[in-house]
Ligand binder design. Structure first.
Ligand code: AMP
Length: 315
């Protein structure tokens, strides 16, 4: 068996043409989708293979861009029909978007067939998409050191039982605060996370937008602020980039989620990646990003949170 550090991360999810409006402007039919944002962040830490489907209308330039970012597209199928489209609008607080329209298009009938090269990843991420499709990918994996997934209100409304079934087989579950409340009916986030954890996942990662994240792992929980950035242009994809940084970092450092230090470092790298994503529409900021910028921001973030740990009696 090839060691985890040499095996890629596999992601399945949406590859989309997004139309988004925020207080900072609007964009139409731009590159988006849960699997795209995830891959664009993960690639800085670990090789990533994308399993998904697009329609005949998916621009060649976007495929070229993804390939140019060294994302393995051998699992990206082009099917007759149109590419998945999502349209949303963010209010002035730039928190949860209002979905204006969702057109599943080719994703509605997509039945992924994994190639042998996709079946033994170090980490498999079932990004936000139909939970039945997430299940189909999961059931074709032969071995993965870690399996993680995400979902959203659209699927919770339509397919909650399928999500609960999937969660019994998941190591890390990512969801945002409103989804945690919607899924469990609990108003307190920690209580909601604990409830979700009883359904199967070893770790529950609750994303709270500009307020950071809450991670429930084993018997511990960790809460971190988001990296504060002044230029929030479009928060679309922040959650998927958070997962991309988090899981990419874990994949490149051995996947031991029982190690609290590794887990915290992974979490902080996830937050750093999300903070870059929100600085532009679509994946623009992630396209131009350099590893040195990630490194610099990670250290600024650590410094921002550091406190003097010298015990009071030693002063
Ligand atoms: P997030 O990281 O949660 O902001 O995810 C944003 C991405 O999710 C957008 O680029 C959308 O294309 C994609 N998306 C929106 N709705 C859905 C859906 N119902 N299923 C899968 N992907 C979606």
């Amino acid at each position: 068996m090839t060691p985890a550090s040499k095996r890629p991360v596999v992601v399945t999810g949406s590859v989309a043409l997004d139309t988004v409006k925020t207080a900072k402007g609007r964009c139409k039919d731009v590159l988006g989708g849960s699997a795209v944002y995830f891959s664009m962040a993960c690639r800085f830490f670990h090789p990533v293979q994308l399993i998904g489907a697009v329609g005949a209308d998916f621009p060649g330039s976007m495929k070229k861009l993804l390939a140019g970012c060294e994302i393995d597209l051998t699992g990206l199928e082009e099917l007759p029909g149109k590419t998945f489209r999502w349209s949303g609008e963010f209010g002035p607080d730039l928190q949860n978007p209002q979905t204006l329209s969702t057109a599943l298009n080719v994703i509605e009938h997509f039945r992924p067939k994994l190639k042998p090269a996709h079946k033994n990843p170090s980490v498999a991420f079932l990004a936000n998409i139909d939970p039945e499709l997430q299940w189909e990918v999961l059931s074709q994996l032969e071995k993965a050191d870690l399996v993680a997934c995400d979902t959203m209100n659209f699927w919770i409304n339509q397919k909650k039982p399928a999500i609960k079934e999937l969660l019994a087989h998941i190591d890390i579950f990512f969801l945002n605060d409103s989804e945690a409340k919607q899924l469990t009916g609990k108003a307190n986030l920690l209580e909601a996370a604990r409830t979700v954890k009883t359904w199967g996942p070893r770790i529950v990662a609750v994303k709270k937008g500009e307020h950071g994240s809450l991670i429930l792992a084993q018997d511990n929980f960790y809460a971190y602020p988001a990296y504060p950035t002044e230029s929030v242009v479009d928060p679309t994809g922040a959650g998927d980039s958070f997962a991309g940084g988090f899981l990419g970092y874990l994949a490149s450092h051995g996947c031991d989620i029982e190690d609290p230090v590794l887990l915290k470092r992974a979490l902080l790298h996830g937050s750093v990646m999300a903070s870059f994503t929100v600085e532009s529409f679509s994946t623009e900021r992630l396209e131009s990003l350099k590893p040195a910028e990630i490194h610099k921001r990670y250290h600024q973030y650590l410094e921002m949170m550091a406190v003097d740990l010298i015990p009071a009696f030693a002063r």
